[in-house]
Write a protein that binds this ligand. Structure first.
Ligand code: PHE
Length: 345
């Protein structure tokens, strides 16, 4: 009996040491440690032995079983470890990290901030107005006649009419409506700019968009204080600061219902910090926007007395400014959502 147990122990040890795979290990476990294994069958038979024999064989059988269990556990651990591909799991601490993409401001926003900085440094306030505006503020209060062509569907998106509501609503076609809104709540002297989004029913091309950004500038004081010369000075000061070089202004006669007299204004063809401007054509002047002396009818619409105040207003696209400053050739890129464009700024 004793030799039999020792033989099983040695055979178990030897075959365990020769194992190579998990499958072999499991087969070994059945052979040596399962309930039906030779060793366990022998252990069950111990109770039929005499007490003297039990004393000798019992501890030996148990010790052999414990030893085989311990060896089995160790072999299992070794095999598991061998099956792990440490190379594949290893982390290369010298490898470069995954880059984190930082967001970018749209060049329109950059330009808006610059414009705001320059104007606040000149004592101007910044005002805002609703993007969905009433016909009153967008047209009527600005002295647009009822049959003015810009009220047509061709120029203006109209919000579907609701018979219960008195006003007609539209996505505003310009920021000029805020002139009246602002003057209704402020008394001159006043200086304010209104940057904002505007909408027109426009066929898009490289210089036209249905949704674009304008900024309005309004300066009003008592008669004789704010003249066309003031406008010219403020405009030249602003553009020179914005482009970082001396810019001059040229005024051409024009018409807007809310200014009298009205002008289109051009700026001299600046070199955009020596980089050259995409928008600068041969003529030497760049057409930029509309301006004029505020029509007294607009003052009246805001609740001021006729003839009491005088001021100038101007308005133009901020996209144009951004295009000139950065040499952008297609204004549709601003709202394209194309990351390749935005990442350049
Ligand atoms: N609102 C006019 C436009 O969008 C521009 C303008 C503003 C003209 C202020 C005169 C004075 O074309």
């Amino acid at each position: 009996m004793k030799e039999h147990i020792e033989k099983i122990g040695t055979a178990g040890e030897v075959s365990l040491a020769a194992l190579k795979t998990m499958a072999e290990l499991l087969a070994w476990e059945i052979e040596y440690l399962s309930r039906k294994s030779e060793l366990n069958t022998l252990l069950k038979g111990l109770r039929d032995l005499s007490p003297e024999e039990k004393k000798v064989v019992g501890p030996l059988a148990n010790a052999t079983k414990q030893k085989l269990i311990a060896l089995f556990e160790q072999a299992k651990k070794d095999l598991l470890e061998k099956s792990i591909d440490w190379q594949a799991l290893a982390v290369d601490i010298t490898a470069p990290g995954v880059p984190v993409h930082v967001g970018h401001l749209n060049p329109l926003t950059v330009v808006e901030h610059e414009i705001e900085d320059i104007f606040t440094s000149m004592g101007f306030a910044i005002a805002d107005g609703p993007e969905v505006e009433t016909e009153h503020y967008n047209f009527d209060a600005l002295n647009f006649p009822k049959d003015h062509p810009s009220r047509d569907m061709q120029d203006t998106f109209w919000v579907k009419e609701d018979k219960k509501v008195k006003d007609r609503f539209l996505p505003r076609t310009h920021t000029s409506g805020v002139q009246v809104r602002y003057m209704e709540t402020h008394k001159p002297p006043l200086r304010v700019i209104v940057p904002g989004r505007v909408f027109r029913n426009e066929a898009t091309d490289t210089t036209h968009e249905h949704t674009f950004y304008q900024f309005e500038c309004l300066m009003v004081d008592v008669e004789g204080q704010v003249t066309v010369a003031t406008f010219k000075y403020v405009a030249e000061e602003f553009f020179s600061k914005f482009f970082g070089e001396k810019v001059t202004i040229r005024l051409r006669p024009s018409f807007f219902p809310f200014t009298e007299p009205s002008f289109e204004f051009d700026i001299s063809c600046i070199l955009c910090n020596g980089k050259g401007c995409a928008t600068c054509k041969q003529a030497g002047w760049i057409e930029l926007g509309g301006a004029g002396m505020v029509n007294q009818k607009v003052f009246e619409a805001a609740g001021y007395k006729r003839g009491q105040y005088q001021g100038f207003a101007w308005g133009f696209g901020m996209g144009r400014m951004a295009m000139m400053k950065y040499g952008i050739t297609d204004n549709r890129l601003f709202l394209s959502g194309d990351l390749r464009f935005i990442r350049q700024f």
